[in-house]
Design a protein. Structure first.
Length: 202
């Protein structure tokens, strides 16, 4: 899960540590994670900022923005959503449940999204630990339900990898019909994890 915000006052505040601390806890579903996370971010969102989320982190960034009180939303100058399609009913109904698949089937199902280093796969203990973390992330994603709220004015920047076979440009363009103002759709060289090599461009 990749997610951070960047205040516009000339410095970056990375909340990866905060997300990691929350991921070590047990949450029943996505809504419970959001309920716990939003007050923490609300307390720290003191400057005009932008949010950036990649993959599942994009969904989290989007939902944190929507869940913040309006007096805090006005401090959000934009939300950059990377490698994630809008949470329409059609898209949610089409998702596959993979959390409880046997190990080999689970690895096959996530191969496109999680490029697991061979060193981890070769170590049974490391592999077991890493896969348990992935299953927790995906379980939260599978539990997600979209709750309609009034559409805000926060502009969106939609990002993706040019070679991402699962989320091509046509899928990213569906954000144009989701109600929120989309300032730009930008694709960069690479597949789903293009952000690892194109982070300076982002």
């Amino acid at each position: 899960m990749e997610y951070f915000w960047r205040p516009l006052a000339g410095f970056k505040k990375n909340i990866g540590r905060l997300i990691f601390e929350f991921e070590t806890l047990e949450f029943e579903n996505f809504d419970k994670l959001l309920e716990a996370l939003v007050p923490e971010i609300e307390r720290q969102l003191l400057l005009p900022s932008i949010f950036l989320g990649h993959s599942m982190g994009a969904l989290l960034a989007f939902e944190v923005m929507r869940a913040l009180p309006m007096e805090h939303q006005k401090n959000i100058r934009g939300v950059a959503l990377s490698s994630f399609i809008p949470p329409t009913l059609e898209n949610l109904n089409a998702r596959q449940k993979i959390t409880n698949l046997p190990e080999e089937q689970f690895l096959s199902a996530i191969a496109h999204y999680a490029e697991i280093p061979q060193q981890i796969l070769a170590d049974p203990d490391a592999k077991s630990f890493f896969l348990s973390l992935l299953r927790k992330d995906i379980l939260l994603l599978e539990s997600y339900q979209f709750h309609p709220t009034p559409v805000g004015n926060t502009p969106l920047l939609i990002l993706g990898g040019k070679q991402d076979r699962k989320i091509p440009i046509e899928a990213l363009e569906k954000w144009l019909d989701f109600g929120y103002p989309v300032k730009k759709i930008l694709t960069l060289p690479g597949s789903h994890f293009y952000i690892l090599t194109e982070h300076t461009s982002v």
